[in-house]
Design a protein around this ligand. Structure first.
Ligand SMILES: [Zn+2]
Ligand SMILES: [Zn+2]
Length: 287
């Protein structure tokens, strides 16, 4: 499978000269399965440019659109996703188990007056709700896919809940867990072991790493992890490659470079084979 980053900034878009390399768009990931099908995770501001790209490829007429949760930075790009305006495009929405109706409600709500001038009901694409199972740990085949791409989900440890997703291709695994706070227990959160089991031996993990240890004194319990916590977690889970995700909007490229260097040194000292990098807009990774 292929994983492309269209947005990896957390909380709010952060364009400008200081964020050119890692990018300022909020969460949006494009996953292409080995059979060429598209899965999009989250509709942060990054989904706008992805929409333009999808329209260039006339063979793509349907996507699965998965949502980790409904915080603004993960929904706000949706009204600017042009394929949603086309009658010959079909979008299967999945908000994780038990969250189907709420995701649809919030997508609709953010396009109601006085927030937005165009109503959700004017969108011409065919919308379907996928992932109708109600189990906390969901495993299923996404619509249009076969068993060569399984999708699993588990509840995030984040204010207002949400879901992390795991995608298993024929012999490779990608885990996406943003907006997950490793060190604090939120209401919907699970014990650490559940997250370790979920991510165990993943070929690629994108994990929330918004804060430094110093910043975390102030941001403890806000729903995000530190660089150190993300790295410790990935090493303990035996992950092969870790992409640091959900960059703080005030984190400059230069600062992020320093944090990535710090993580690599920390991993080296621990004697772990984990590979670590900072996710950046435009990154296209083969898993
Ligand atoms: Zn977020
Ligand atoms: Zn969030």
């Amino acid at each position: 499978m292929n994983v492309k980053v269209w947005g990896c900034r957390g909380s709010i878009a952060a364009p400008g000269q200081k964020t050119v390399r890692y990018g300022g768009e909020t969460t949006c990931i494009e996953l292409t399965s080995d059979t060429g099908q598209k899965i999009v995770i989250d509709a942060g501001t990054g989904i706008r440019k992805l929409g333009h790209e999808l329209l260039k490829d006339k063979t793509v007429t349907s996507i699965n659109l998965l949502f980790t949760h409904s915080h603004w930075d993960h929904l706000v790009g949706f009204p600017f996703f042009l394929p949603a305006y086309l009658p010959d495009f079909s979008i299967v929405i999945c908000g994780g188990p038990t969250a189907q109706q709420s995701v649809l409600k919030y997508l609709t709500h953010q396009m109601e007056p006085p927030y937005f001038p165009v109503a959700f009901s004017t969108l011409k694409a065919r919308f379907e709700m996928g992932c109708l199972c109600t189990r906390e740990f969901c495993d299923h085949i996404l619509p249009g896919h076969d068993t060569s791409m399984m999708c699993y989900s588990l509840p995030l440890n984040h204010p207002d809940g949400g879901y992390g997703f795991k995608f298993s291709g024929i012999d490779k695994t990608f885990v996406f867990m943003t907006d997950n706070e490793v060190r604090y227990h939120h209401e919907a959160g699970l014990p650490r072991k559940a997250y370790l089991d979920f991510s165990s031996n993943a070929d690629l993990l994108f994990h929330d790493a918004q804060y430094t240890e110093g910043e975390y004194d102030r941001t403890y319990s806000w729903g995000h992890s530190t660089f150190k916590d993300a790295v410790d977690f990935a090493m303990e889970a035996g992950v092969k490659r870790l992409g640091l995700f959900h960059h703080d909007p005030d984190r400059s490229d230069e600062d992020l470079d320093h944090q990535v260097d710090w993580c690599r040194e920390y991993i080296l000292k621990a004697g772990s084979p984990l590979e670590c990098f900072g996710c950046a807009e435009g990154m296209d990774l083969k898993v």
